[in-house]
Design a protein around this ligand. Structure first.
Ligand SMILES: [Mg+2]
Length: 388
């Protein structure tokens, strides 16, 4: 898609401590007219490497008039296949693409989802991921008991989330001793039973397995999940390293099998759905190529397999807002992920503040993604540096 040309004159990075040693990272790209596009590139311990890669790419792009952000990988000499194999560079390219899109929508004076082809929408449905609310906090608290899972899930259901996700299998990591269902899975199944009892049948439960299983244990686990009313079986094995196994699990499973949260580029997602490796793919706006690529993915796949695209969004408010614009633009029928209650000041990262109510994210009025970083919070709690 061609937009008003954007030439980068400044790149500013912000690191914001969140909790328990994790951080959110933001990129702001500006032009000579002072238009600034915002993106998030949080990628755990690799985030600083991503920032370095962004700085290098910005140097290469500095003299270029960017009209079509989908051409940026070409402009710096990186193919989609290479980017699928190098997650740091994929995350860096994705951040630049997202920041440029935000800026271009501002210049065009439209909300981002309109620039990306969507029709007018007020809010996007979320699902509540409860994992991060139960991670170790700065004070060292971490309660992973079934009762703790159930209490957080119940709160999410009460606050209007119709779909809730958890990752309960802390004790599991293939290979396992013996055959069939591993003993280590019992604690996770107890957590699932407690959650399901707390939220009832009207709320769907998604279970993320973080690739902790292998083919045999995943096949043995699936009927146990089905018996407990689980609606979604996420990455029992990795699509990257165990693609055929994941396809076999999907063929045997009665529930939706989901995955590919770290993939780059529309071709990878298309091939997973075409080959029935998963029922649902999960493009992450920080890794997949950005909001523009997510819309290519959504438009291509929702047309042939409705409900096959659900955006992965377990990080900060900037990436969730960009994901909401993308979901709105491809008219996604699946809810978007939201990591609930990670920190109580989360909404204030953005101006205007992030607005979530009754399981919906409200898209702010305004152009681009419709929000900027809260300068006061970034100055007091963040660390900022520029690329030059
Ligand atoms: Mg996951």
């Amino acid at each position: 898609m061609t937009s008003e040309p954007f030439r980068i004159t400044q790149a500013v990075f912000t690191e914001l401590p969140v909790r328990g040693g994790s951080h959110w990272y933001f990129l702001e790209l500006s032009n000579a007219d002072g238009v600034t596009g915002l993106a998030e590139f949080s990628y755990g311990v690799n985030s600083i490497a991503v920032a370095r890669a962004i700085a290098q790419m910005v140097e290469e792009l500095r003299d270029e008039e960017i009209t079509d952000e989908t051409k940026i990988p070409d402009m710096v000499g990186l193919s989609p296949a290479f980017l699928q194999s190098d997650r740091v560079l994929a995350t860096a390219i994705t951040a630049i693409r997202n920041a440029i899109l935000d800026a271009q929508a501002q210049i065009a004076e439209v909300p981002l989802y309109r620039l990306l082809g969507g029709s007018v929408i007020e809010s996007v449905e979320l699902y509540g991921n409860i994992n991060r609310s139960m991670l170790k906090s700065d004070s060292g608290d971490s309660n992973r008991s079934p009762a703790s899972f159930a209490a957080v899930a119940e709160r999410a259901a009460e606050e209007g989330f119709g779909n809730i996700k958890c990752a309960p299998f802390d004790e599991c990591k293939a290979p396992f001793d013996g055959s069939g269902l591993p003993d280590e899975a019992k604690a996770g199944l107890d957590r699932i039973a407690a959650v399901k009892e707390a939220i009832g049948d009207k709320v769907n439960l998604f279970v993320d397995c973080h690739s902790r299983f292998d083919l045999e244990s995943a096949l043995a686990l699936e009927p146990e999940l089905a018996a407990r009313g689980v609606a979604w079986y996420e990455e029992p094995v990795s699509y990257r390293t165990h693609r055929d196994d994941l396809a076999a699990i999907n063929a045997a499973a009665t529930m939706d099998v989901a995955g590919a949260e770290d993939a780059y580029g529309v071709n990878v997602f298309q091939s997973l759905i075409a080959a029935n490796v998963t029922d649902v793919v999960m493009p992450d706006v920080k890794y997949c190529g950005g909001a523009g690529e997510a819309v290519l993915i959504g438009n291509a796949l929702e047309a042939i397999s409705p409900g096959s695209v659900s955006m992965h969004s377990p990080a900060g408010p900037v990436s969730m807002l960009a994901s909401a614009h993308a979901t709105a633009a491809f008219n996604g029928s699946r809810p978007l992920e939201h990591a609930v209650w990670e920190v109580d000041w989360r909404a204030t990262v953005l101006e205007p503040a992030e607005h979530i109510h009754d399981g919906q994210l409200f898209i702010p009025d305004g152009y681009g993604i419709g929000a900027t970083l809260n300068e006061e919070l970034m100055s007091s709690n963040g660390r900022r540096w520029s690329a030059t």
